[in-house]
Design a protein around this ligand. Structure first.
Ligand SMILES: Cc1cc2nc3c(=O)[nH]c(=O)nc-3n(C[C@H](O)[C@H](O)[C@H](O)COP(=O)(O)O)c2cc1C
Length: 165
C-alpha cells in the first residue's frame, strides 16, 4: 500500500476538517432523571430503519450527560429550528444545570424533555448501544415523533451554525 501523506492521514485535525465539510442537522438529545434531566448537542443523528423505526446517534464516551440518559433507557432527539443557535451553544457546554430557565415538556412515551419551539422531536427507547472507538453508537427505536413547528432547520457546517430556510 502507498505511504499516506500527512494531508490524507486520518489524524484528528484532518478528520475534523474533512468531516466538517459534511453539513449536519443539530439535535439536542435529552433524557435521564425526570426531576433533573440531562441533554447534549449531537450532530451525529440520522435515520436508520423504517421497519422497525430506528434512528442512530453517537455520544462521546466523555459525555457527562449520556450516562444518566442511558440509565433511563430512553431519549428524545430534539431537532433544532433555525434561530435556535443559542440553545445549541448552551447544550454544547459540559456541566452545570443546563435546564435552568429552559422551557420543556415531557415527551408522551418516555417523559424525556421536548424543548420549547424545536422543529421536530423523536421520542425513542434505546434499542442497542454499540461501542465505537471513543464514542457510542446508539440505536433508538422510535416510539413517537412529531413536527413541532414550521420553518427551516439549524445546520452545522465548517465549524459554524447556519440557518436553512
Ligand atoms: C454542532 C455540534 C455537534 C456535536 N455533535 C456531537 C455528537 O454527535 N456527539 C457528542 O458526543 N458530542 C457532540 N457535540 C459536542 C457536545 O455537545 C459537547 O461535548 C457537550 O459539552 C457534551 O455535554 P455533556 O458533557 O453534558 O454530555 C457536538 C457539538 C456541536 C456544537
Amino acid at each position: 500500500m502507498a505511504e499516506r501523506s500527512d494531508l490524507t492521514r486520518p489524524d484528528s485535525k484532518n478528520f475534523r476538517q474533512v468531516l466538517g465539510r459534511l453539513p449536519t442537522g443539530v439535535v439536542i438529545v435529552t433524557g435521564g432523571d425526570p426531576q433533573d434531566p440531562s441533554g447534549l448537542v449531537c450532530g451525529s443523528f440520522m435515520s436508520v430503519s423504517l421497519e422497525p423505526p430506528l434512528v442512530a446517534v453517537s455520544p462521546a464516551k466523555t459525555s457527562s450527560s449520556w450516562p444518566a440518559i442511558e440509565a433511563e433507557g430512553s431519549f428524545c432527539a430534539n431537532v433544532l429550528a433555525e434561530g435556535q443557535q443559542d440553545l445549541a451553544q448552551h447544550f454544547a457546554v459540559s456541566g452545570g444545570d443546563k435546564f435552568a430557565g429552559i422551557g420543556w415538556e415531557p415527551a408522551p412515551a418516555t417523559g424525556a424533555p421536548i424543548l420549547n419551539d424545536v422543529a421536530a422531536w423523536i421520542d425513542c427507547r434505546i434499542y442497542k448501544q454499540i461501542e465505537a472507538g471513543d464514542h457510542w453508537l446508539v440505536l433508538g427505536e422510535v416510539l413517537e415523533l412529531s413536527l413541532h413547528r414550521d420553518g427551516g432547520a439549524l445546520v452545522f457546517h465548517g465549524g459554524q451554525f447556519h440557518p436553512l430556510s
